[in-house]
Design a protein around this ligand. Structure first.
Ligand code: GLC
Length: 537
């Protein structure tokens, strides 16, 4: 594997900039905070950072509503700060991946403002999906397409004289109008943006909502009857030429830049098409995240994903969570431990001790799989989902657009605890209120506390990443253990064994355990734990 192929095995740490660390004392994380945290990330052993959007934004959707793709949001810093951060990280051997959001812009983006100020049918409006309504007076939206945050996917505009006007499409919040990728300006602008950031040394882009960008201009309803590639607004065949063009641009650079797709589609064959050798380098594999803590289900998901990737030559990615998903420690402490947006609810009974144990076991399991690994900030600390935020603090549109039925995603976005006995735990200077409140109970979960504690989640991650670096790039084989609760596979000289059950199990004979998510007696693997072992010599 050449150095240019670093992404095949990389450990990528996801930074949600508002919540990593606050360098200027305003209670919100920023680039200076990330800069201060670089030695930590280097100590942890990550190969790259993926920043969720850092651009100028009204922050209606945590930055996924971009007003200016060439500017850093002032709460985070400046473009010079970003350039300095990219360079400083590179000096520590850490590459920078940024988030590009091609499906939609912020309603504050100059294009959308120009569209609103223009007549129906104008060129400015054709960059978006403006459309007359249906029914008498056009009072009904053009379609009933599902909205990713709940509520309708169209909002109606108001004319200068106060009368209702056209509707516009937004598959997410109304403040995130969808672009019409058939307009030549849209494609051209994104090519310029890719170069803008590649020229500044970013190693790659994570492509937000990558499968959504194309829509059926006939605006049919989604009645479930469409042929593959013909869904009205998801995974349409026309997305592929766009990403093939992006690949050409990425390949112009030395070293070539990397494209990572956020592709949430259930059909594995369709998913694999994004990974054709002339398209994206990798795409997030979310399947495992949706699976319950169960031997057969994990085995099934891992096998299916490895099989789906094999013909493409692209590596699998392994993802236990991200900034949209319930924290693993909480998820695994529940009866339904597979993630689903639809099932997110309040007051779900949770056993956090069990959840932590399983989350650590899951971390070691995915850490041993071939491919690249994503770690969402705070998972290495075993942070639980914060489910008792003051309702007045909640910011996520998912909460508001479901009328509060869905708690939203703020609970996994709470600022990280770094040190000390009480909030803000070194995230901000003492006495500063963080943008989302941290639980007082996080005193035992701070970075400083966990560095000191040998058996901490943080030390487990750190050792895991050290040993992971010694695993071969490829090669994977299941090992039949004969025990229903025990999953085992081989990676070079290492055997990874997970006990999904609630009782201790015998470890296959002749193994020497060198890394374990929970202590076990010799020859035994403890309940809900994973070990890495080598054949005893
Ligand atoms: C992606 C992001 C999510 C965001 C959405 C709309 O799914 O991960 O946070 O809300 O796209 O941009």
């Amino acid at each position: 594997m050449s150095a240019d192929e670093w992404w095949r095995t990389a450990v990528v740490y996801e930074v949600y900039p508002r919540s990593f660390r606050d360098g200027d004392g305003d209670g919100v994380g920023d680039l200076e905070g990330v800069r201060q945290g670089l030695p930590y990330l280097s100590w942890l052993g990550v190969d790259a950072i993926w920043f969720t959007p850092w651009y100028r934004s009204p922050m209606v959707d945590g930055g996924y509503d971009v007003e200016d793709y060439r500017a850093i949001d002032p709460t985070f810093g400046t473009l010079e700060d970003a350039e300095r951060l990219i360079a400083e990280a590179a000096q520590l051997g850490i590459r920078t991946i940024i988030d590009l959001v091609p499906n939609h812009v912020s309603s504050a983006h100059p294009w959308f403002q120009a569209a609103l100020a223009s007549e129906p049918g104008s060129d400015a409006r054709r960059r978006f999906w403006f459309h007359p309504g249906r029914g008498p007076e056009g009072a009904d939206p053009p379609t009933r397409w599902k909205n990713n945050f709940g509520g309708p996917s169209w909002s109606r505009t108001t004319l200068a004289d106060g009368r209702p006007g056209e509707w516009y499409l937004h598959l997410f919040a109304p403040e995130q109008p969808d672009l019409d990728w058939r307009h030549p300006d849209v494609a051209r602008e994104h090519e310029v943006l890719l170069r803008f950031w590649f020229d500044r040394g970013v190693a790659g882009v994570r492509i937000d909502s990558a499968a959504h960008i194309m829509k059926d201009p006939e605006l049919p309803e989604d009645d479930g009857s469409h042929a593959p590639g013909r869904h009205p607004n998801l995974d349409r065949d026309e997305v592929h030429p766009v990403y093939r063009r992006w690949r050409e641009i990425a390949d112009e650079y030395d070293p070539p830049r990397v494209l990572v797709g956020e592709v949430w589609i259930p059909d594995r064959q369709r998913f694999a098409r994004y990974l054709d050798p002339d398209e994206l380098h990798t795409a997030f594999n979310f399947d495992l995240m949706t699976r319950p803590w169960d031997t057969a289900s994990y085995r099934d998901s891992i096998s299916l994903m490895l099989e789906a990737h094999a013909p493409t030559g692209a590596p699998c990615t392994w993802v236990l969570s991200n900034h949209d998903v319930t924290r693993p420690v909480t998820r695994f402490g529940r009866e339904h431990s597979g993630f689903s947006f639809e099932e997110k609810a309040w007051n779900v009974p949770t056993d956090l001790a069990l959840g932590r144990r399983r989350a650590e076991a899951a971390a070691l399991l995915v850490g041993a799989l071939p491919g690249s690994l994503y770690i969402y900030q705070g998972d290495e600390l075993g942070l639980p989902e914060v489910e008792d935020l003051d309702l007045a603090e909640i910011q996520d549109p998912m909460y508001f657009r479901t009328g509060g039925a869905n708690p939203g995603r703020d609970g996994c976005r709470v600022p990280l605890p770094w040190r000390g006995q009480e909030p803000p735990f070194g995230f901000s200077p003492d006495g500063v209120r963080t943008w989302l409140s941290q639980p007082a109970a996080w005193a035992t979960l701070t970075v400083a506390a966990q560095v000191e504690r040998e058996q901490s989640t943080l030390n487990l991650y750190r050792w895991m990443l050290r040993h992971r670096a010694d695993l071969p790039a490829d090669g994977f084989a299941w090992i039949d253990t004969g025990a229903a609760d025990v999953l085992a596979f081989r990676r070079g000289d290492t055997v990874c064994v997970t006990n999904f059950g609630s009782a201790d199990q015998d470890l296959p004979d002749g193994l020497y355990v060198y890394l374990a998510s929970a202590p076990s007696r010799r020859g035994v693997i403890a309940a809900n734990s994973t070990v890495w072992a080598t054949p005893r010599r």
